[in-house]
Design a protein around this ligand. Sequence first.
Ligand code: HEM
Length: 265
Amino acid sequence: MSSASESSVDEERAQSSSLLRNSTMEAQADHSKTKRYNTIYTTVTVLGVALIILTFFWLSHFLGGFSLSTPSTEFNWHPLLMIIGMIFLYSQSILVYRTGRNVPKFKLKLIHAIIHIVIFVLVILAQKAVFDSHNYAKPPIPNLYSLHSWVGVLTVLLFVCQLLLGFTSFLYPGASKNFRACILPYHVVIGYSGFIMALITSALGFMEKVIFSLSNQYQQLPASGVLVNLIGVILVIFGLLTIHLVTNNDYKREEGSEEGVALSE
Ligand code: HEM
């Protein structure tokens, strides 16, 4: 073999071994990103379940539990259903594309849409509970006077607009691919904004209710005050971790030809 052809064989070998090294390094990096995602996702889920359990405990142990006929305890459905729907399920639904990276996209879209419908039902029930608790109280309590309720109305409106926009653009078979591609960035930004607004609204709601129920005693930090503070801290950490997971490009699903495809296709 001539020295020229020997050196070209050597070059090819060097090239293929460097390609192999690169792809091994990429696979290792991917593996460590997936591991990091799974660890943070598990933490988010555990914190979300803890939020629901602690809120349930606070409402049943310190605020008289749940009923459908007594206004003060009918109210208690409001925070519980909001925490389950607008906080826990909302977080799960925006994370679904990253958690199910290897699941076909149309299935994820279906799961995302179903979770949103469940949230919508919970929001309606939660709102009915709080309006009833005001309207049937003796004497009746005025509606929509507080900062919490104003930000809450904005949050619900944004959520409903997002739901309608999502269904008309991604479910309706008549919507063109161009239209869907145009809508997608807005859908994503409005979705994240809705989640952040739900976190803010809930924090305001806890603050308001703990002051209503404890008044000046809150300053002595009784057990129920400590519990609500703890719920608030968990809410903040839960929110920040969810936002980290949905905005970090490391955990983004690799988009293929399915991008822009309607749920129904
Ligand atoms: C994203 C979640 C939430 C939304 C969208 C929301 C929305 C609302 C709205 C629109 C009202 C007004 C109802 C009326 O005037 O009759 C309200 C009332 C109330 N909410 Fe929430 N809420 C949420 C979560 C919470 C949480 C977690 C708590 C914690 C205890 C809470 C506590 C209250 C209280 C005490 C009232 C009655 C006083 C008031 O009108 O501000 N809310 N909420």
